[in-house]
Ligand binder design. Sequence first.
Ligand SMILES: Cc1cc2nc3c(=O)[nH]c(=O)nc-3n(C[C@H](O)[C@H](O)[C@H](O)COP(=O)(O)OP(=O)(O)OC[C@H]3O[C@@H](n4cnc5c(N)ncnc54)[C@H](O)[C@@H]3O)c2cc1C
Length: 398
Amino acid sequence: MDFTLPAELEDYRRRVRAFVEDEILPVEADRANWDEHENIAEAPLEALRAKAKAAGLWTLQLPKEAGGQGLPMVGVAACYEEMNRSIFGPVCFNAAAPDDGNMRLLSMVGTPAQKDRWLVPIVEGRVRSAFAMTEPHPRGVSDPSMMKTRAERRGDRWVITGRKWFITGARVAQHFILMARTSEDPRKGLTAFLFDRDQPGWRIERRIPIMGPEEHGGHCELVFDGLEIADENVLMTVGDGLKATQIRLGPARLTHCMRWTGLAKRCLEIAGAYVKERESFGTPLAEHEGVQWMLGEAAMQIEIGRLLTMKAAHALDNGSFARKEVSMAKVQVADTLFKAADTAIQLCGARGYSKDTVLEWIYRYARQAKLVDGASEVHKMVLSRSYLAEGDDFWGWR
Ligand SMILES: Cc1cc2nc3c(=O)[nH]c(=O)nc-3n(C[C@H](O)[C@H](O)[C@H](O)COP(=O)(O)OP(=O)(O)OC[C@H]3O[C@@H](n4cnc5c(N)ncnc54)[C@H](O)[C@@H]3O)c2cc1C
């Protein structure tokens, strides 16, 4: 078992790290570069995106024929961890959710014409995208069988009616992937559609205020009251919606884990610097055993999360859906990010609670990790089902 990163991937990782250190952290340090939703403002973002392209660090995750750099998931894991030392990072490299997952899905299952129309502009950074699945009560997403947004056949078109919410990036997205019900079949009842923001028959009802910093375009509630979609904009085939979701969500969840690991490390980086310098009771904080236990525990949990993430990345690279591996990583890393932010704030004392560091910003952001792309409890349900079905094979070294 070899835990070293191949030289080419290590080179990418180092270059991403240097870019974040030299280009992104200085931008983050100046609040003039922040937008009103606590993300990077458009002007500095566009400048950094141009620099990342020039440095050959743009869209690392996609195959070369789709306009990316062709990194395997293991390499993506190492690089995304570095990118997300700052919340500002991933979007500068075209590696932020939801574009990241949408590009991957389109590159895997889109027809050549769909790739030209819907994927290429995202890869080139000319437009942004959104993925619309979750619905407000009494509809559902933890349980997709409850989905109520309908696509009905009228003539040669599909006509969409329904409601979605928490759709990340909707306010700035041009291209949308939409999940809707086309039949009552429990397995083949959902279909994935593509539409453009300029089409009539839908609207953004509101941008939902949240507790933490927001992705560009926020998290929005959408109403569909007659959006018409042609057959050529059905992704995969009618009834393949659940399959498209599974293809998208496995890697998308894992890329969250990669990014969150980088953010958890940033928390410890800030706390580590403080406890080495700050003294109490005649000794640096770092010399107190209680402090060591807190730092050691957080560091260990981060390493557990990144090993689970790498194992799942390796499984995806080898053609598996890696469902249980992704679920384990998602639960662990979500908890770890939140705990790392909390520990770092505690170790930095009053300074940790202030806005003099980015810890409180990360802490508010971190809370969503246990919810997005499947609540932790649902992932544990998946794991339990898998364990009960597989028995001893659950632990196999495949
Ligand atoms: C910041 C943010 C961004 C998001 N972006 C998007 C997006 O771009 N597109 C999109 O479609 N969706 C998006 N979502 C929605 C997200 O994927 C869902 O919120 C998440 O999957 C949980 O679904 P829900 O909110 O419907 O929870 P519900 O289904 O209402 O469940 C509520 C709670 O009940 C518990 N629960 C549910 N089922 C079980 C079970 N089987 N066993 C035990 N406990 C259970 C869990 O604790 C869960 O948190 C986003 C959400 C957030 C917070």
